[in-house]
Design a protein around this ligand. Structure first.
Ligand SMILES: NC(=O)c1ccc[n+]([C@@H]2O[C@H](COP(=O)([O-])OP(=O)(O)OC[C@H]3O[C@@H](n4cnc5c(N)ncnc54)[C@H](OP(=O)(O)O)[C@@H]3O)[C@@H](O)[C@H]2O)c1
Length: 272
């Protein structure tokens, strides 16, 4: 147990109420971080905070927020801007919607852009200014293997994750160009066991065979190990590193043919 009077390290995790976010919170608590836990489901965050306090002596602050709403996002931004000891921000909150773009309700597409792009943009800015001034800190933006691929049946998902990859790589370049020791990482998982596919009403068995599914814990372990080495793109799992290398180097015509076949098999083209 930690002595609560001592100055502790502080990390903030969005989407901490399940899946990869919960795994980040647990891994960071085990490394001695106190936490700002952010998501909509307060009961889940309360339960996690109790668990981390009992297991690691972690002090958790809970921010219940829907990051697609302007007022909630502004409240979280203000908190991060004021967090003068913040060492790590994990922009992890996210979700998927399948279906043909033209058939999908625009509200879900709009919310995805707000969460993956606007919230990542604004929270990164709120945290980064202090980190750059203190010459210390790191930001992990959770993107996806889908960010390297145009995905029929999940257009906005691939496009918003592609934005996260480009944005994070750009930040990495700016920080290196200015000699800043602050680190940024785009974490690009493949299929990971979490609530993600339940929320998106996707059939896991149609997406990939069991060997292609990672645990959230393994994804987080690779991310945190790679942060030590200042790797900008982190693709957990050998299979996915090979897949991304192949897909991004295939002739464009062949890549498109394969993507259409995969989209048909996955059942993602049905309207949701
Ligand atoms: N699972 C995969 O196969 C996979 C693969 C690649 C990338 N990813 C990415 O990994 C990240 C985490 O996903 P996951 O797999 O851990 O899925 P998950 O278990 O469904 O977790 C998603 C988290 O995001 C939070 N969230 C969703 N909408 C929110 C909103 N409007 N405001 C605030 N928080 C919100 C959820 O909390 P509340 O519902 O309590 O708000 C939850 O904590 C996402 O960015 C996802 O795109 C996942």
């Amino acid at each position: 147990m930690k002595d609560m009077a001592q100055t502790s390290r502080l990390a903030a995790v969005t989407g901490a109420s399940s899946g990869i976010g919960t795994a980040f919170a647990r891994a960071l608590a085990a490394r001695g971080f106190d936490l700002i836990l952010i998501a909509r489901r307060q009961d889940r965050l309360d339960e996690l905070a109790r668990e981390l306090a009992a297991t690691h002596g972690t002090a958790s602050e809970i921010l219940t927020a829907d990051l697609t709403l302007d007022a909630d996002l502004a409240r979280v931004e203000d908190r991060l801007r004021a967090a003068s000891t913040l060492e790590l921000l994990v922009n992890n909150a996210g979700f998927g919607v399948g279906g043909l773009f033209a058939d999908s309700p625009i509200a879900g597409q709009d919310a995805m852009h707000r969460l993956h792009i606007l919230a990542t943009l604004r929270l990164t800015h709120a945290a980064l200014q202090g980190m750059v001034a203190r010459r210390s800190g790191a930001i992990i933006n959770v993107a996806s293997v889908a960010g390297f691929i145009v995905s029929p049946g999940a257009l906005s998902y691939g496009a918003t994750k592609n934005w996260i990859n480009t944005f994070t790589e750009g930040l990495w370049l700016e920080l290196r160009a200015t000699g800043s020791p602050v680190r940024v990482q785009a974490l690009c998982p493949g299929f990971t066991c979490s609530e993600f596919h339940d929320v998106a009403a996707m059939d896991r068995t149609k997406l990939a065979p069991p060997a292609w599914w990672c645990t959230a814990e393994a994804v987080v372990a690779e991310s945190l190990a790679a942060l030590e080495r200042d790797r900008v793109f982190v693709i957990p799992g050998f299979r996915y590193r090979v897949l991304v290398a192949l897909v991004t180097h295939l002739p464009r015509g062949l890549r498109r043919w394969l993507l259409v076949r995969f989209a048909r098999r996955s059942g993602r083209l049905r309207a949701k």
